[in-house]
Design a protein around this ligand. Structure first.
Ligand SMILES: Cc1cc2nc3c(=O)[nH]c(=O)nc-3n(C[C@H](O)[C@H](O)[C@H](O)COP(=O)(O)O)c2cc1C
Length: 197
């Protein structure tokens, strides 16, 4: 086993985002679990809305290539995914679609999604905690991109009241489920192949 590199991101750019808060908590727990964590914001990788004509003419933009390289440099990924209209946000879907079109020379298709392990979570002010977003995201990652997504996932319902002043989860069972998800992510990321350094 070695110290796995794990990438964390959220599918929201909103100030005060519940999913940003969830991503911050998972980042903290991953660090406590001895992972080497990198948290990014999709705000730093602006992308046009994917248009297949644009893709055919110009290929993926530089930020899509950078995001694909970020994924490739990590053995594990956690995505905090808000729920919009019972699915993922357009921000997240657009980023995934662009990354899926990046293909460096000699790389197989969807290379950024393979050879690493994903965990997913969602936070919503609604009682169900964005579970439908996670159903959609699991389908996109697994069926669309060929990724391995662990079964442990975290749904933070009533997210506006779910965190305490220290940004930890108030509900003990939910906090334990989050830690279990983090442990499994670290465990599996530890046995993933390392990119050449
Ligand atoms: C267009 C739109 C659609 C939404 N649809 C849902 C929904 O289907 N289910 C839900 O629980 N919340 C829904 N919401 C509420 C968001 O989940 C909520 O604003 C959440 O806080 C967004 O995540 P964030 O706090 O990380 O930005 C929707 C919000 C927007 C703007």
């Amino acid at each position: 086993m070695f110290t796995p590199k794990i990438l964390v991101m959220a599918g929201s750019l909103r100030s005060g985002s519940h999913n940003g808060r969830l991503a911050a908590l998972v980042t903290k727990e991953l660090a406590l679990a001895q992972a080497d964590v990198t948290r990014i914001s999709l705000a730093d990788y602006p992308l046009p809305l994917l248009d297949a004509d644009y893709l055919a003419d110009a290929g993926p933009p530089a930020n899509a290539v950078k995001l694909a390289q970020m994924l490739t440099a990590h053995q594990g990924v956690f995505i905090a995914s808000p729920e919009y209209s019972a699915s993922v946000t357009p921000l997240l879907k657009n980023a995934i679609d662009w990354i899926s079109r990046v293909r460096e020379r000699n790389e197989p298709a969807y290379a950024a999604f393979k050879g690493r392990v994903f965990a997913i979570g969602s936070a919503s002010a609604g009682a169900a905690g964005g579970v439908r977003s996670l159903i959609a995201l699991r389908q996109i990652l697994e069926l669309g991109c060929g990724a391995l997504v662990i079964p442990e996932q975290i749904n933070v319902g009533r997210a506006d009241q779910a965190f305490d002043d220290m940004d930890n989860l108030k509900d003990e069972n939910l906090a334990a489920a989050l830690k279990a998800m983090v442990r499994r992510l670290v465990e599996l990321a530890s046995v993933m192949p390392r990119a050449a350094e």
